[in-house]
Design a protein around this ligand. Structure first.
Ligand code: NAP
Length: 258
């Protein structure tokens, strides 16, 4: 029977590419996010490409702990997740930390930290019962370094790094694996969300440089999941060649050929 992968944040960007990468490798994929229509379209596309029963849309808001737990608990047994890629996340605005509104802070903390904890609570007990599982969290270079205007987002990604380390400690002695995939600059809707839909400002983040594609990160996630059972990759930190993990991104002539 094929393994099932839950992917949160599967309606766009890294999550959508991860769904494609896993479906192409013969896994069943559960696509979770809030945008039900986008998820259904993606699931239909994957089912058309890889066979009926490959993908299933699972509309949910990761900040709603009860709904998240119920959505997983109500799945038929063959759809119980063997791998959970807890990827849903976002940044809101790029401003000095004292200018972040309560809504900014709640938005980032609720999705990036509490949403991940809701995911862990929803999937880990079932994995322990079934005697297998792999939890893969999406960190960031922002979980290693901090850049101006991104303090709250960076703090949430530092927290995700701590959650990955702590979960690994708590699961030691069980068959459940824990990994963290930490990308640098990836061209997705991430900046569009951060800048409240300002397309010009979002595009400028990826202009004149050579960012990672969501497919690059999806390949790293799939590689982590496909290691032999006795191997636990703790973290993959992956940046484009134009980026040093401290935050410096080359642009223009400096980025040519990289
Ligand atoms: P993206 O294209 O904006 O995708 C974010 C995904 O998260 C969307 O599918 C969104 O779907 C989902 N999401 C947001 N809030 C949610 C909620 N409350 N409940 C359920 N799903 C929610 O951005 P991305 O770049 O792929 O980001 C994916 C992950 O990678 C994030 O954790 C991000 O922090 C991390 N990351 C990104 C970069 C980068 O440069 N892009 C770098 C390092 C790390 P809905 O809106 O439909 O709910």
């Amino acid at each position: 029977m094929p393994l099932t992968v839950l992917i949160t944040g599967a309606s766009s960007g890294i999550g959508a590419s991860a769904a494609h990468a896993f479906a192409s490798r013969g896994y069943r994929v559960l696509l979770a996010a809030r945008s039900a229509d986008r998820l259904r379209q993606r699931a239909e596309g994957l089912n058309a490409d890889h066979g009926e029963g490959t993908a299933r849309a699972l509309p949910l808001d990761v900040t709603d702990a009860e709904a998240h737990a119920r959505a997983i608990a109500d799945l038929p047994p063959e759809w119980a997740p063997d791998v959970a890629v807890l990827n849903a996340g976002l940044a809101l605005r790029l401003v000095p930390v004292w200018e972040n509104t309560v809504e900014d802070v709640d938005g980032m903390v609720d999705v990036n930290i509490k949403g991940v904890l809701n995911g862990i609570r929803a999937v880990v007990p079932g994995m322990l019962e079934r005697g297998r599982g792999h939890v893969i969290l999406l960190g960031s270079t922002a979980g290693h370094f901090v850049y101006p205007g991104g303090t709250v987002y960076c703090a949430t990604k530092h927290a995700v790094g701590a959650l990955a380390l702590g979960l690994k400690q708590d699961l030691l002695g069980t068959p459940v694996r824990v990994s963290l995939v930490s990308p640098g600059l990836v061209e997705t809707d991430f900046s569009l969300v951060r800048f409240g839909g300002d397309r010009e400002r979002a595009d400028a983040v990826y202009a004149d440089t050579n960012a990672l594609t969501p497919e690059d990160v999806a390949e790293a996630i799939a590689w982590v999941a496909e290691q032999p059972e006795h191997v636990n990759v703790q973290e993959v930190l992956v940046t484009p060649r134009v980026q040093a993990a401290g935050g410096a991104v080359l642009r223009g002539e400096d980025a040519e050929g990289l």
